[in-house]
Design a binder for this molecule. Structure first.
Ligand code: ZN
Length: 280
């Protein structure tokens, strides 16, 4: 099942067309894409058994984040060995670094992003998991049952702010407006042959800069949910950015950062792509 946020309204994507959920369910489900996670099992059952009407065509630029206002966003640093190495760190033995991307940074999949002045703005393609059932102290074996679905995220990062001392400012440096595009839609885990092994990649102006597979995550999606939910409850609709593979601008020699006019395309196999253009 593919669930989307089309112009702020909850929709299902069927054969590439959008079905408005409030209309198709005769009002049984509200149009707000965020509140559906509180009734995720019921929604999923309805969506997979309902006799849906033919959908309507839509433009990708009218999509919003499938989780536009999560109560919590948890983002994971240094979760691929090759990215930890290019960042100059050993792969963490216990929990990896965890930060947030504040909710005002979240956007839909096709956007124009303003580059902060005097910054070094970098790219990080990531698999994003959205929670569908409250998770508190769950085991790794039970974790997938708490995931509503997977989507694509860009953890856009302004490195000057992020790394300014005395302690790093990960959350602020990664939370400028538009720095958390998510989409194009949410895909339920059953849609994948193996949800623990998906290719992710991103390109700038057509030149590939990152390519990895989620099987190389140091902490897999289920491991992250088990370890994070041992510390705090994960709530329906919460968003987890799972980390980025090698190939970010900071780790290059010479370093490279996004410039006005650049187009960044980020994709995860079996889900879809994000498209950001950058302006001064
Ligand atoms: Zn990241």
């Amino acid at each position: 099942m593919r669930m989307a946020n089309l112009s702020g309204r909850l929709a299902l994507i069927v054969d590439g067309r959008a079905v408005d959920v409030e209309e198709a369910s005769d009002g049984a489900f509200a149009p707000d894409p965020q509140v559906v996670y509180d009734r995720w099992e019921e929604f999923r059952t309805w969506a997979t058994t309902a006799d849906l009407p033919a959908g309507t065509p839509f433009e990708a630029r009218d999509l919003g984040s499938p989780a536009p206002a999560p109560r919590q966003t948890l983002a994971i640093g240094l979760n691929y060995g090759d990215h930890a190495a290019e960042s100059g760190f050993a792969a963490p033995e216990g929990l990896p670094p965890v930060f947030t991307k504040f909710v005002t940074s979240i956007s839909g999949p096709v956007t124009e992003v303003k580059l902060p002045a005097n910054g070094h703005t970098d790219w990080e393609v990531e698999l994003v998991a959205v929670i569908g059932r409250r998770a508190e102290g769950v085991s790794e074996a039970d974790s997938w049952g708490h995931v509503a679905g997977l989507t694509v995220g860009q953890d856009i990062s302004e490195r000057v702010q992020q790394l300014a001392g005395p302690a790093p400012q990960f959350s602020l440096g990664k939370s400028f407006p538009g720095f958390a595009p998510i989409g194009p839609w949410l895909v339920t885990p059953d849609e994948f042959d193996d949800p623990d092994d998906l290719e992710l990649r991103c390109a700038i102006n057509g030149e590939e800069v990152q390519k990895g597979r989620t099987r190389d995550l140091i902490h897999s999606v289920p491991a992250l949910i088990a370890r994070l939910s041992a510390v705090l409850p994960l709530l329906p609709g919460d968003v987890i950015f799972t980390g980025t593979p090698a190939g970010v601008g900071l780790g290059r020699d010479p370093q490279r950062f996004l410039a006005p006019g650049d187009e960044l395309v980020s994709a995860v196999q079996g889900i879809g792509e994000l498209r950001q253009t950058f302006v001064a």
